[in-house]
Design a protein around this ligand. Structure first.
Ligand SMILES: NC(=O)c1ccc[n+]([C@@H]2O[C@H](COP(=O)([O-])OP(=O)(O)OC[C@H]3O[C@@H](n4cnc5c(N)ncnc54)[C@H](OP(=O)(O)O)[C@@H]3O)[C@@H](O)[C@H]2O)c1
Length: 316
């Protein structure tokens, strides 16, 4: 686990967070502030309203000068039809944004540069890999998302040449009460119309949002962690098992499978993402001493469905 003293040696204790208004990002400033950090939020909007953020910068003119760490979680959401215009925004908000960030770091005097960059990436970098066990030594896969993530990580890793410790967090499917994936699943399963996607044999590398935020904190503070790091729980499941567990957790049947062709027809490229599997394992995090609070899907779902609002009723 994180050495509690390591944060004490940070000088200065300032952390800049891009994507701080998003699902994953908005819970981070409070955790950082609890550790004594000053948090600068970066947004395209006016900012404000996020507990733990003490200063705001505009995404168009952000300057990491004097910050110890930068966490970059910016990215246009990909869970919609992939039109050419959207694909441009997927690329620009990830690769373009990261390149600009690293170029800004390069222009700073060495002593004012951040010591660490924790940059989002995704398990999509592995492509569709069947039953292969995927750790951080596994080679990237192929396909649109794999290529995008590969370019995104390369843009972030360029900061290593500046003396910055870079962690590329290959995030899996994040489960959290405020997350759009979890909310959509909850609505569908509560109504008894949940079902496996395609064959259901594809592996789903999920993670509880609290564990992901803790993993980001760990990545910021642990000097020994660098390079690609899988941000997934240690027990990925097949889609069919995920479906059974979710249905059991909300006490509903899951009888209606969704054929693969229907997913591709309605969601296009993103439908293909739902049918692709990655049996990703968090080897780097665990080897670095990180411990998961929610290592199994059942423990994660029990926690997420613990409130009465989450636990019952067929409502959106
Ligand atoms: N959630 C998941 O399951 C998951 C899985 C794998 C990887 N990831 C990656 O993790 C990161 C954070 O995920 P999230 O779920 O927290 O995402 P999110 O809720 O969609 O938030 C993403 C943030 O990115 C910024 N953003 C959105 N569109 C943008 C654009 N066109 N240009 C520049 N900035 C833009 C927004 O900040 P402002 O509007 O304030 O500028 C927003 O706060 C993303 O890069 C995502 O790809 C997430």
């Amino acid at each position: 686990m994180i050495d509690p003293m390591s944060i004490e040696s940070m000088s200065p204790r300032k952390v800049m967070v891009f994507g701080v208004t998003g699902f994953i990002g908005r819970g981070l400033p409070r955790l950082l502030a609890d550790q004594g950090c000053e948090v600068t939020g970066v947004s395209r909007g006016p900012g404000g309203g996020i507990h733990g953020v003490s200063a705001w910068q505009s995404a168009g003119s952000s300057d990491p000068c004097g910050h110890h760490a930068v966490v970059n979680l910016a990215g246009e959401p990909i869970d919609s039809r992939w039109t050419a215009a959207r694909c441009h925004r997927f690329h620009e908000s990830r690769v373009g944004m990261t390149r600009r960030l690293v170029a800004t770091m390069a222009a700073l005097p060495v002593e004012s540069r951040p010591a660490v960059l924790v940059n989002a990436s995704a398990v999509g970098i592995y492509g569709d890999r069947g039953d292969e066990r995927l750790d951080e030594h596994s080679v990237p896969g192929s396909g649109y998302l794999a290529d995008l993530c590969h370019e995104w990580e390369k843009a972030a890793m360029d900061a290593a040449a500046l003396g910055v410790r870079v962690v590329c967090l290959r995030i899996g499917i994040v489960l959290g009460r405020d997350g759009s994936a979890f909310r959509k699943l909850l609505t569908v399963f509560r109504c008894g119309i949940g079902g496996r996607l395609g064959s259901g044999r594809q592996w789903m590398p999920w993670i509880h949002v609290d564990d992901l935020r803790a993993a980001i904190m760990h990545a910021v503070m642990s000097p020994s962690l660098k390079g690609p790091v899988n941000g997934t729980a240690p027990s990925p499941v097949r889609n069919s098992e995920f479906t059974r567990s979710f249905a059991r957790a909300v006490h509903r049947p899951a009888l209606i499978p969704v054929p693969g062709f229907a997913l591709k027809l309605t969601l296009g490229g993103f439908g293909g993402v739902l049918l692709a599997g990655q049996r990703a394992l968090p080897q780097a995090l665990q080897a670095d001493g990180f411990r998961f609070r929610f290592p199994t899907l059942d423990t994660a779902l029990a926690d997420l469905l613990a409130t009465p609002e989450m636990g019952s009723g067929c409502k959106s």
